[in-house]
Design a binder for this molecule. Structure first.
Ligand SMILES: C[S@@+](CC[C@H](N)C(=O)[O-])C[C@H]1O[C@@H](n2cnc3c(N)ncnc32)[C@H](O)[C@@H]1O
Length: 211
């Protein structure tokens, strides 16, 4: 997506191609995302990721990747998980997340490159809605493994329509014994209150531990 006049929204988001496209789109979307997207579309994915993280025994400190406006961070904090840090390519989205007052640290970063985090920092890594069409592919998993401590729990949503074309299966297979216990439960991204055109959209919750 490169036309700065396009309305932000789900279809525009799925059509993104580069990190700069993401910066531009989310700069314009940040102020209305929670109401006009998450609320109006009955967006369930952050809740599903947080529930899966808790159910698998997740603990803090945890990094929320592509934290956006902080919806997942709020669910994690409500479930008693903390501290929660968040990173995102969009400073405008992070400014909204800061207003939720659930994150210990929020920092700008492109997860397809190198994040400003020391090796083996986190006991867990979560992500909701960021490994999706037009956004982030499986190459980012290597950087996330770097900043996770041995035994760290990962729960990363991957849009089911993105899984095959982006090559997630090959990336996970190539990780071999660097990860343990990979499970891929499928969950609905939206509830019945959203756009019927996206009611059947699914995400795989890639759940595993760093060996
Ligand atoms: C669909 S939103 C999801 C936000 C939030 N996790 C949620 O579930 O509401 C995708 C987020 O990924 C971020 N993003 C896109 N590309 C990124 C990249 N290369 N590195 C870090 N964040 C990125 C966007 O800025 C946006 O906040």
């Amino acid at each position: 997506m490169s036309d700065a006049d396009d309305d932000p929204g789900l279809d525009a988001a799925y059509a993104l191609k580069t990190p700069d496209d993401s910066r531009r789109l989310y700069a314009r979307w940040a102020g209305t995302y929670d109401d006009d997207f998450a609320g109006a579309q009955d967006y369930r994915l952050p809740d599903a990721v947080a529930r899966a993280y808790v159910a698998a025994g997740g603990e803090g400190p945890v990094l929320d990747v592509g934290a956006g406006t902080g919806l997942l961070g709020r669910y994690l904090a409500d479930a008693g998980i903390g501290p929660v840090d968040g990173t995102d390519i969009s400073p405008e989205m992070l400014a909204v997340a800061a207003g939720k007052r659930v994150y210990r640290r929020l920092f700008e970063g492109d997860v397809t490159g190198r994040l400003e985090v020391a090796d083996a920092t986190y006991a867990g890594v979560t992500s909701s809605g960021t490994f999706t069409c037009g956004h982030v592919g499986p190459e980012a998993i290597h950087e996330l493994l770097r900043l996770a401590a041995p035994g760290a729990l990962f729960v990363l949503s991957v849009n089911a329509a993105h899984w095959g074309p982006a090559g997630f299966a090959a990336t996970f297979a190539a990780l071999g014994d660097r990860i343990e216990g990979l499970e891929l439960p499928a969950v609905p991204i939206y509830g019945d209150g959203g756009d019927p055109a996206h009611r059947d959209d699914r995400a795989l919750l890639a759940t595993f531990r760093k060996a």
